[in-house]
Design a binder for this molecule. Structure first.
Ligand code: NAX
Length: 329
């Protein structure tokens, strides 16, 4: 077993995703069965009491890997020495709130937390932003943390990938493990483009198994785009266990080597790949070698795909323009 524990900061730890995430982290599902960890949990003052209850439950699991748990409402304490920061906490959309109000409320949170990460996080910290709007929240935090390289920042599009894989498997009547290479392009929002036509089933291009372009570009895309809303409608609450699962998958997909020929979905900083404006935190098909990652180049995108990517790109550019005042020049 590794000697040194990794400090893992989780924000919004008393929320519903936090409750599904912490136990899986503490049991080693993200960083592996040999890696001890310290959980550093950030919450707003009002939720600290509830968080104490979650900590009691963590203790009651007697996880061998869990060395310590810190709870705080101070971002600097939460991020102190963190090797990973999972930024889940965010302000939810309230009745009557416009998208722009939501953006600016969260922009305040993520600029402050970005600054705190910059000041106190570990030198090799990696950050996964889950709290919505996650691409732009990540952009803001990154923009306020100039000493943390842009390549260490990720926003979560993995839940969309997992949703899409499951949908393709059920349509093709195959096991979900047969589905690979499903990239989610753009924003984690209703404009995202899940690209089924470049995905594979048992190694073969999806269109060979599902010969229905109208469905692959139509109902498949809208079902994935709207899945979060469908869960809310059915459950009366937003996706939590599946979101936590996707966060675990995201961490693993960064720290593990991507299987040969496959790719995974992460929103990462754009360096202009596929003509996406530089600096956007953009969902791309990504490959990792376990230490670094790269956007997969050379994926063929026809005019229909490019049109869908343009829509989600424009949305992200609009979000960036809304929060420009919080980004250092
Ligand atoms: P909850 O409202 O259950 O929990 C959020 C927690 O964050 C609360 O306990 C709240 O007190 C805390 N919080 C708020 N402001 C904070 C701050 N400044 N510092 C620290 N903690 C703070 O929401 P939950 O269902 O857990 O969802 C969390 C976020 O994930 C939301 O923004 C949600 O929209 C987003 N999601 C993102 C997904 C993705 O795929 N990227 C999917 C699931 C989810 O919708």
């Amino acid at each position: 077993m590794a000697e040194q524990p990794v400090h893992v900061a989780v924000t919004g730890a008393a929320g519903q995703i936090g409750y599904q995430l912490l136990f899986r982290l503490a049991s080693g599902q993200a960083l592996g069965p040999d890696q001890p960890l310290v959980l550093r949990l950030l919450e707003v003052e009002a939720a600290l009491k509830a968080l104490d209850g979650v900590v009691m439950e963590l203790q009651d699991c007697a996880f061998p890997l869990l060395r310590d748990v810190v709870t705080t409402s101070d971002p600097r304490q939460a991020f102190d020495g963190a090797g990973w920061a999972l930024m889940v906490g965010a302000m939810p959309r309230k009745e009557g709130m416009e998208r722009r109000d939501l953006l600016s409320a969260n922009a305040g949170i993520f600029s402050e937390q970005g600054k705190a990460l910059n000041a106190v996080a570990g030198r090799d910290v990696r950050v996964l932003v889950v709290g919505n709007p996650c691409n732009t929240n990540c952009l803001i935090a990154r923009g306020n943390a100039p000493d943390i390289p842009a390549e260490r920042w990720f926003a979560m599009t993995r839940l969309d990938e997992n949703r899409g894989k499951s949908l393709l498997a059920s349509r093709a009547r195959v096991d979900v493990s047969e589905i690979s290479n499903l990239g989610i392009w753009g924003n984690h929002s209703a404009t995202q483009f899940p690209d089924a036509r470049n995905a594979r089933i048992g190694g073969r291009p999806v269109p060979e198994a599902i010969d229905d372009e109208e469905w692959l570009l139509g109902e498949f895309v809208t079902t994935v785009q709207q899945r979060g809303a469908a869960v809310i409608k059915a459950r009366g609450a937003s996706s939590a266990a599946s979101a936590a699962n996707a966060a675990i998958d995201s961490v693993r997909s960064i720290v593990d080597r991507t299987p040969d020929g496959d790719w995974t979905s992460l929103a990462v900083v754009s360096h202009g790949e596929y003509e996406i404006p530089e600096g956007l935190q953009f969902g791309f098909p990504v490959r990792s070698d376990g230490r670094g990652w790269e956007v997969v180049e050379g994926i063929s995108l026809d005019e229909k795909a490019r049109q869908k990517i343009k829509v989600t790109t424009e949305e992200l550019e609009g979000e960036r323009a809304e929060v420009q005042h919080l980004l250092p020049v």
